[in-house]
Design a binder for this molecule. Structure first.
Ligand SMILES: Nc1nc2c(ncn2[C@@H]2O[C@H](COP(=O)(O)OP(=O)(O)O)[C@@H](O)[C@H]2O)c(=O)[nH]1
Ligand SMILES: [Mg+2]
Length: 370
């Protein structure tokens, strides 16, 4: 935990995104004022970045009339992450701290976060899960599980125990390393750790209090956005793997589609269509299925190119495994049911195609934009 009377060593800008936090803000500002007035403290500015809450926030800040507190009211591009980015942009000092307005984050830990940066960390996190950190009793089990799963999903990007924390500090020079910072979702801290290539992430233990006023804005929609965020971070940090894994998964789904189509075609028109034609129809439809999903999920970064040229290229690259699938299915169909023959055919065809098709498509057809 932070030492109670530690002074602020370097000028710091504290960014506080707010939405309907008029009830919580006075206490936070009092705590920040107490921190600022510690003997020997360097300058502290606070930027309240409010998304036009219309709840008295503007009047309250005006009444307090504290020159070190700046209010920015945003009316467009609302959302937590854009608000934080706006605050980071407007901040005057080189040490930047982001925290919630709701009282969950102890302002008194700010000097400790700054000290971690001074000692060489790229990123300092106020952490609930590092030794010495805690969450207030009464944190529901569901919220705890939710937080743990989210943390687990962030493991490919950071070993930090609490990367979901909205309480963090970063130096401007580190922030400026960030490329393509994408303000989707809630986890701007995780976004900055990845995009600003923060290698040394230090966690400062904090006691995370439950908010006293207002409600959490962590809705189900926000949690779904987190999944999209993780996928995007994966594409940024591990572009090849993020292409190959979906490609393999689409390939596996294609096997099921192929066998299902053969069963369906055989059931509906087995008496009128020759087997070879049923197989060709199933092969073509499966290839189109794979093309559609591969283009969306595996080769997402080259979707600006012509879809028809890509389709033609995809079909040519897949020709050998597709022919293998066709001939195996056809020859086994003489001695067994068509769907089972299809399963044998597609197993060998897909195995042959997995590496060959991926390399062919990745390097010749869907050329990466980066
Ligand atoms: N400017 C802005 N702030 C937001 C928005 N959503 C949440 N916040 C603020 O971001 C901080 C974190 O939100 P909170 O609801 O406490 O999330 P939780 O701590 O995960 O429950 C709080 O200070 C909120 O007021 C938003 O859309 N715009
Ligand atoms: Mg909060």
């Amino acid at each position: 935990m932070s030492t109670p009377e530690q002074a602020i060593q370097r000028p710091i800008s504290v960014i506080v995104p707010t939405y309907k936090e008029a009830g919580s803000l006075p206490t936070l500002l009092d705590r920040l004022a107490a921190l600022k007035s510690r003997p020997g403290s360097a300058a502290l500015e606070v930027l309240i970045v409010d998304d036009d809450s219309c709840d008295g926030t503007v009047e309250m800040i005006a009444d307090r009339n504290e020159p070190w507190v700046r209010l920015i009211v945003r009316t467009e591009d609302r959302g937590l992450s854009p608000a934080v980015l706006c605050g980071l942009d407007e901040a005057q000092h080189d040490v930047l701290v982001v925290m919630d307005a709701d009282g969950s984050h102890p302002a008194e830990a700010i000097p400790e976060l700054d000290r971690a940066l001074s000692n060489g960390a790229d990123f300092a996190l106020g952490s609930r899960y590092v030794a010495g950190g805690s969450t207030e009793d009464g944190w529901g089990v569901l919220r705890w599980i939710n937080s743990k799963i989210a943390t687990w999903m962030a493991l490919p990007f950071t070993r930090a125990l609490d990367p979901m924390s909205g309480f963090f500090a970063i130096e401007r020079s580190t922030l400026q390393r960030g490329t393509c910072i994408d303000p989707i979702g809630y986890k701007i801290g995780l976004e900055l750790i990845v995009k600003c290539q923060c290698r040394s992430v230090v966690e400062v233990p904090i006691h995370f209090s439950t908010r006293t006023y207002g409600e959490s804005k962590l809705t189900l929609k926000v949690q779904l956005q987190y999944l999209v965020h993780i996928v995007r971070l994966g594409r940024f940090k591990f572009p090849r793997l993020s292409s190959f894994i979906p490609f393999a998964m689409v390939g596996a789904s294609g096997m099921a589609v192929y066998v299902g189509l053969l069963a369906l075609l055989n059931y509906i028109c087995g008496d009128v269509l020759p087997v070879w034609l049923q197989i060709i129809m199933a092969v073509l439809m499966t290839m189109t299925w794979n093309f559609y999903w591969d283009r969306r999920l595996a080769f997402w970064d080259s979707r600006s190119q012509s879809i028809w040229a890509q389709y033609a290229g995809f079909v040519s690259v897949c020709a050998i495994p597709v022919l293998l699938t066709f001939f195996l299915t056809w020859s086994f169909s003489a001695s067994t049911d068509l769907p089972l023959a299809g399963l044998i055919g597609t197993t060998f065809g897909s195995a042959a195609g997995l590496i060959f098709n991926w390399f062919g498509n990745r390097f010749f057809i869907f050329k990466s934009a980066h």
